[in-house]
Design a protein around this ligand. Structure first.
Ligand SMILES: NC(=O)c1ccc[n+]([C@@H]2O[C@H](COP(=O)([O-])OP(=O)(O)OC[C@H]3O[C@@H](n4cnc5c(N)ncnc54)[C@H](OP(=O)(O)O)[C@@H]3O)[C@@H](O)[C@H]2O)c1
Length: 238
């Protein structure tokens, strides 16, 4: 296993369930962790759990390109390029097409697709300079397989998957790895605003999704985990 000790890791969506859980495990393994999220109280709770100083905590809306650039500049100034970028920010708007507004669609694309693009634009140059790095995204199962009501969500997550597959081709001659986590339903805040009858008690526990990310961060450098599929045992969609 590759050690996390001393690795510089940025985790977006760290005010959320999966990001927070991954941040805790990764910080406990000795990494230098930076976190982002919008909800100040929840982000601070993660920071406290991980014992992070305030200069490693960024309350920010990462659908704003300038905000992402500012975070990148601050992290670079603090200690150089990051080794691992974990993008655990995202939203799920699941509605039939007649109920889906243009704003819903744009919001989905903004955080699930544009934000990862801004992050890559900002953090990839440092990885290239270091000649190594790891980028982990969570396209989820709906980034690979369709579901009724998921037109906006799947558009954003299939887009994310396509973008990363294409980028992987560009990075073939580098030591920069890309891992796509295709996650099935996990019991997190993600579902709080989704009007769908789901059995949250049968979903993956958020801490286990966080543990999967922690595991992915420690893969030996002789190979790459291009994809991981983790889905609830009783609801295997693919
Ligand atoms: N839970 C599932 O069943 C599931 C399944 C497949 C894939 N995923 C993916 O897993 C990732 C993590 O989701 P989760 O389940 O942990 O949900 P969550 O608890 O709702 O966390 C989502 C995170 O995204 C952040 N976020 C949303 N919009 C943002 C914005 N504009 N700027 C900055 N941060 C923003 C949230 O920050 P604030 O709360 O601070 O706004 C929060 O930290 C998402 O990409 C999601 O699509 C989840």
């Amino acid at each position: 296993m590759e050690t996390l000790k001393g690795k510089r890791v940025l985790i977006t969506g760290a005010s959320g369930s999966i990001g927070s859980s991954a941040a805790h495990l990764i910080a406990n393994s000795g990494a230098i962790v930076y976190i982002t999220g919008r909800n100040e109280e929840r982000l601070q709770a993660t920071a406290t759990k991980c014992q992070l100083p305030s200069n490693r905590v960024f309350v920010s809306d990462i659908t704003n390109e300038n905000s992402v650039k500012e975070i990148a500049a601050a992290i670079l100034q603090d200690g150089g390029p990051i080794d691992i970028l974990i993008n655990a920010a995202g939203i799920g708007i699941i509605k039939p097409i007649e109920a889906l507004s243009t704003e819903d669609f744009q919001k989905s694309i903004a955080i699930n697709l544009m934000a990862p693009f801004y992050l890559i634009q900002s953090f990839l140059p440092g990885m290239k300079e270091n000649k190594k790095g790891l980028i982990i995204n969570i396209p989820g199962i709906l980034g690979k397989t369709p579901m009724a009501g998921a037109t906006a969500y799947s558009a954003s997550k299939y887009g994310l998957n396509g973008m990363m597959k294409s980028l992987r081709e560009e990075l073939k001659r580098t030591d920069i790895r890309i891992t796509q986590l295709f996650l099935g339903g996990a019991d997190t805040h993600f579902w709080d605003t989704i009007d769908l009858r789901v059995q949250r008690d049968k979903m993956i526990v958020a801490e286990e999704a966080g543990r999967a990310i922690w595991f992915l961060c420690q893969q030996p450098l002789s190979g790459v985990v291009s994809e991981m599929i983790l889905q609830p045992f009783n609801h295997q969609a693919i």
